[in-house]
Design a protein around this ligand. Sequence first.
Ligand code: CLF
Ligand code: SF4
Length: 505
Amino acid sequence: MTVTALNQGGHAQRSGCAASSCGSTSTVAQLPDAIRAKVNNHPCFSEDAHHHYARMHVAVAPACNIQCHYCNRKYDCSNESRPGVVSEVLTPNQAVKKVLAVAAAIPQMTVLGIAGPGDPLANPARTFETFRQLTAQAPDIKLCVSTNGLALPAVIDELCQHNIEHVTITINCVDPDIGAQIYPWIFWNNRRIKGRRAAEILIEQQQKGLEMLVARGVLVKVNSVLIPGINDEHLQEVSRIVKAKGAFLHNVMPLIAEAEHGTFYGLTGQRGPTSEELQTLQDACAGDMRMMRHCRQCRADAVGMLGEDRGQEFTLDKIEHLEVDYAAAMLHRAEVHAAIEAKRAAPSAAPHAAEMLVSLPLMSKGTKTPIAPARPVLMAVASGGGGLVNQHFGEANEFLIYEASIRGVRLVGARTTGRYCHGSEQCEAGENRLHKTIRVLNGCEVVLCTKIGFEPWGQLEAAGIMPNSEHALERIEDAVAAVYRELIAADYFKQSRIETQRLTA
Ligand code: CLF
Ligand code: SF4
């Protein structure tokens, strides 16, 4: 469980990158040293790391060896933020140049991932050449790859030669009958194979690849796309099996399916899950393994902190004539990383939320009966990184969603307010941005930010969401716990509009 603060008991698609919770502060601390060293600064494999470190993808892998019903690889679309979308496909040399430029300009970028726009292992020459050059030229950057798994067993030895410590496999099912509803075909042994047999082969290769990676000491994350009515009742089984085989993390992501994306599911009206459905399934799977809750379903050319995309600052025309002194950059990067680690290790950075919750008079003396019906509350947090409440409401393109309960504070997700097409007036047409934000924050009862204007304040309140800017610049978990305490003290739960069915006392 991603609980970072505990109560009286004493105590984280298309497959995006082409998972109780991952890497929350407490769970990372409990890992063996060797694994902790691998995940400590990987923003996807560690929830805490994602507040401090960035990742980038290079789009060197255009081809794919399977077809997924949720995929349509789009090029040259700078507005869309979803997997498979890229502005330009790069050669390995161009990719390496871009990585060095980004690493020098964004020293907190620790991980280079290859995640498409097709499948990295269906483009082995381009993928491995990029890795080979980066291993030699930028040894301080972790290499990461995300694959559908079909070609994984065949290339695994070469993959492991490149010192890859993190691999993601997208596994949406372990049952070929379900797979046949997700994958219309695969390309296997120079032939196109369709239907159930295609899914059967894909599943076999995925499971074999997972076992082989684990045997070689590679940390494996499994991504699964939650497709209501297709694999929603099946993913707990997937979670159980991949955990038993040694996967480190499971990342259940919502299906993105809109008609304008031109995917089979989009065109046939297949819906994606609601936030509640996603969280319910993630919680159900969490009984079996670590779950990732902070995935942002990145583009295949994403650059920056998770949830931010600075790709347009590093287009080919901008970096073409750039000369990077990477030896000097590495020294600077090491200093920045040391400063980040010092900050993370400082006593002031240690979670205080536990104490804040424990200090509440939550229980009747000598009993375990809650005084107040303190059901869980979802709070949306505007954060620009660092694990702090440090963004203006109007500047936030996404909100981290935390759940506060008497058991503690935990991250349960991230919601993008301009999710699929932000920044374009066209895309915003017909729906006021504020209304859209309020809709996206459905189910949240509090929004934490540094500042908020009069108009959004009023509209949020009218929608039953309380804006709160009194915890600006505080650690998120502390702020969420403090607000939860304030709600209890103000008898909020006696008056609140939402039923108390979700009591978890
Ligand atoms: Fe990229 Fe994926 Fe590596 Fe991360 S992304 S290849 S593991 S470096 Fe991360 Fe993006 Fe989610 Fe992927 S937030 S879509 S899980
Ligand atoms: Fe698209 Fe291929 Fe990835 Fe499926 S595996 S999402 S078809 S790129």
